[in-house]
Design a protein around this ligand. Structure first.
Ligand SMILES: Cc1ncc(COP(=O)(O)O)c(C=O)c1O
Length: 381
């Protein structure tokens, strides 16, 4: 038996219909979208539009054309950040960002002289919206927060932060890599202007899919220029969405798979998915706390976290533990810094990292129990 507990990296197990629909598209259609006028190409257009509508309705968004498909959330975040921030601008972000945000900001700090305010979170990873308000300057042009940390799992108060952003008319960009598909998100009610998502994690879709949902009417400069299938004689990117920011041949088979993944999520219900994961998180946290020499980082309350749990075992390196879990027990977890050095700085694990469990919808309590027994044995080794 193999146990997969690295869902924070990617949801390895997909609903069967996801690969099946991709295979069927490639065998029975296989054409590009937005370019041809023959029957198969029009079918391709229709499939892409259907996925756009599914993404929109998942986030309670009513304008599918303002959804820009990308290859992953890293591209979505780079697109928004590079497209909005100019020379000398100020940006506010959390102290728990993934490198998909942080490296992008550091690069612009070096190349465009931007100014970064990093809001210090509590040790468990909670950011205080008041600190965000206090950090606002006249030249603040963007506020960026992840919805949940990929190291601590901590769910951020995005609705409150978004409210502050709206008050000062500053666009609010949210990284939903660890929440979209497993935690209810309402772009209107949660005051989100720019929602970045990735298809291959909790959305249960394939790798190579992601996007940016634009609920804001300010300017975003394109990251890429190229073919859009229309306006071909015009020598610049067209000025309307999605074509302004979505250029080059789309990953049609991937987006077909993503559409089917969202239909699966709708059928199961995001609330039910969330509740099942919450039960698993509660069970895992309770059992982990029973092992003496384990230090858990992040919230111990399943209401305040997603299925990302970081911990360490006294006198053992994370790599050693992860290696033993895999080699002896066939349990897959991750060890290290998880592409988020700031989060490790906050919890004091920058030099060694952590062991990270990523719980997903297809995990079961029995698998957690096997993990706990294995950890107990490793701890006593
Ligand atoms: C919070 C967060 N942001 C961004 C990313 C980057 O995701 P992707 O590799 O799909 O672009 C991840 C993935 O690990 C993540 O957890």
């Amino acid at each position: 038996m193999q146990i997969y507990l690295d869902n924070a990296a990617t949801s390895m197990i997909k609903p069967e219909i996801v690969p099946k629909s991709m295979y069927e598209f490639m065998i029975n259609n296989g054409t590009t979208s937005g370019r041809g006028s023959y029957k198969r190409a029009i079918q391709s257009d229709r499939l892409i539009y259907e996925t756009r509508k599914l993404v929109a309705s998942l986030f309670n968004f009513d304008n599918p054309k303002n959804i820009i498909f990308t290859s992953n959330i890293t591209e979505s975040l780079n697109l928004a950040i590079n497209g909005i921030l100019n020379e000398g601008d100020h940006v506010i972000t959390s102290s728990l960002e993934h490198n998909a945000v942080w490296r992008c900001l550091k690069t612009l700090e070096r190349d465009r002289n931007i100014n970064i305010s990093k809001i210090k979170a509590s040790k468990e990873g909670f950011s205080n919206p008041k600190d965000v308000e206090n950090a606002i300057q006249e030249n603040t042009k963007l506020i960026i927060f992840n919805h949940a940390s990929n190291v601590l799992g901590t769910i951020q108060p995005i609705k409150e932060i978004g409210k502050i952003a709206r008050k000062y008319k500053i666009p609010f960009l949210v990284d939903t890599a660890q929440t979209a598909g497993t935690y209810p998100i309402d772009i209107q009610n949660d005051n989100i202007d720019l929602l970045a998502f990735t298809g291959h994690k909790c959305l249960l879709g394939p790798m190579g899919t992601g996007g940016l949902v634009i609920n804001w009417d300010g300017n975003i400069n394109p990251l890429k220029s190229g073919g859009t299938g229309g306006d071909s004689a015009y020598e610049y990117q067209p000025d309307y969405y999605p074509n302004k920011l979505e250029t080059g041949t789309l990953n049609v088979s991937g987006l077909v798979g993503l559409g089917e993944a969202i239909k699966f999520i709708n059928k199961e219900g995001v609330k039910n998915i969330h509740n099942k994961e919450k039960e698993l998180i509660k069970h895992t946290l309770r059992k982990l706390q029973d092992i003496d020499c384990i230090e858990i980082y992040g919230p111990k309350d399943s209401e305040k976290t997603v299925g990302v749990i970081s911990f360490n075992i006294k006198n053992k390196t994370p790599e050693e533990v992860a290696y033993k879990l895999d080699a002896k027990y066939n349990i897959m977890v991750r060890a290290g810094l998880h592409c988020s050095p700031n989060a490790h700085e906050l919890i004091g694990t920058k030099s060694i990292g952590t062991i990270r469990i990523g719980i997903g919808y297809f995990n079961e309590k029995e698998e957690i129990d096997i993990l706990i027994d294995a950890l107990r044995e490793i701890a006593n080794d």
